[in-house]
Design a protein around this ligand. Structure first.
Ligand SMILES: CCCCCCCCCCCCC/C=C/[C@@H](O)[C@H](COP(=O)(O)O)NC(=O)CCCCCCCCCCCCCCC
Length: 298
């Protein structure tokens, strides 16, 4: 009885075994193609990196949830309780929401330190999902570390907010609009742009989760969000890796547990409030990047 052969593993068991292997191979492949100074988008066409050519035709995806979510007064207490009482988890949605909220200044700018705090919470969430997502979380962590490096560095005071970073990097020609030079730490602006694009994915994914009435699969909601947003900026290979990873997402009920909600009504309140805060951060950053023509940085 104790010995369960492969035949008894079931669909999910097999998936758990195979997915990490597939991802490991893809990860190794990508590690090789992305050795220091060698970037995937060194594929050149018409004198431009291929990724840039692709981005030229992509317009900003307009998705539904960019409207403010209105809470009933009775829901406000419920929301506060959920956000406060979720202390037993490594990932705390309350701390993430707080950080996204605190990073918006009165002058409608974004504080980078708080922005990165919110991202660190997201990374904890992905790490909690298991080995399949480590590849994605470590990619996000790399971007967070680059920005933190600038914040802690010699010119750290210029990296306090998104606007000050953009101003400093443009004035000092840190931003490269044509290519990503090998053997250089990427600029703060292009690094933040990667996280900023991922934030749109997160917005749509959380919206899908919040609007679900419990029947939908998390993998489908995640894939839908990804296809509408972040996938437009990814190579074919990365898109395949992402699609495989989505299959390993836990079911909705387990996802609810991680965000400390127990039923659909709670989930809707918590997730759509989170979306609302993310939208504010996203829109401010988007405006700054649009103003400086920096939405397609290679
Ligand atoms: C719930 C978990 C959902 C997992 C979501 C998967 C999102 C999509 C897959 C991303 C693949 C990342 C692989 C690498 C991509 C890079 O090529 C690419 C470009 O970088 P480069 O220009 O320097 O080369 N990098 C990026 O686009 C940065 C992507 C960072 C991905 C962060 C995804 C955040 C998702 C957070 C979900 C958390 C849900 C929380 C629910 C409460």
């Amino acid at each position: 009885m104790a010995c369960q052969g492969p035949m008894k593993m079931g669909y999910h068991g097999v998936l758990r075994l195979i997915l990490p292997l597939v991802l490991l191979f893809l990860f190794l492949y990508m590690s090789i193609t992305k050795l220091p100074g060698v970037y995937l988008h060194e594929c050149i066409q018409d004198g431009k990196p291929c990724s840039q050519i692709q981005n030229d035709v992509i317009e900003e995806v307009k998705v539904e949830p960019s409207t403010s979510f209105k809470l009933d007064p009775s829901d406000v207490q419920l929301l506060e309780d959920v956000l406060k009482n979720c202390k037993q988890h490594e990932f705390q949605i309350g701390r993430m929401v707080e950080a996204f909220r605190f990073c918006v200044t009165e002058k409608k700018d974004i504080l980078l330190e708080e922005y990165l705090t919110a991202w660190r919470q997201l990374i904890k969430f992905m790490d909690a999902l298991g080995a399949v997502f480590t590849f994605i979380s470590s990619e996000a962590m790399t971007k967070v570390n680059i920005l933190q490096g600038y914040l802690n560095g010699e010119h750290g005071k210029h990296y306090r907010t998104v606007t000050s970073m953009v101003k400093y990097e443009l004035e000092n020609e840190v931003v490269n609009f044509k290519e990503l030079p090998p053997n250089h730490v990427p600029s703060g602006c292009r690094t933040l742009l990667r996280l900023h694009r991922a934030l749109k994915f997160l917005e749509v994914f959380l919206y899908n989760l919040g609007m679900s009435v419990g029947r939908d699969k998390t993998s489908e909601m995640c894939a839908d969000a990804y296809r509408k947003t972040l996938s437009h900026h990814h190579s074919w290979l990365i898109r395949q890796v992402a699609e495989v990873a989505f299959l390993a997402l836990p079911p909705l009920e387990d996802m609810y547990k991680v965000v400390c909600v127990s039923h659909h009504k709670e989930a809707k309140i918590v997730l759509l409030t989170t979306v609302d805060d993310i939208v504010k951060v996203y829109n401010i950053t988007q405006e700054v990047y649009t103003e400086h023509g920096m939405l397609d940085l290679p």
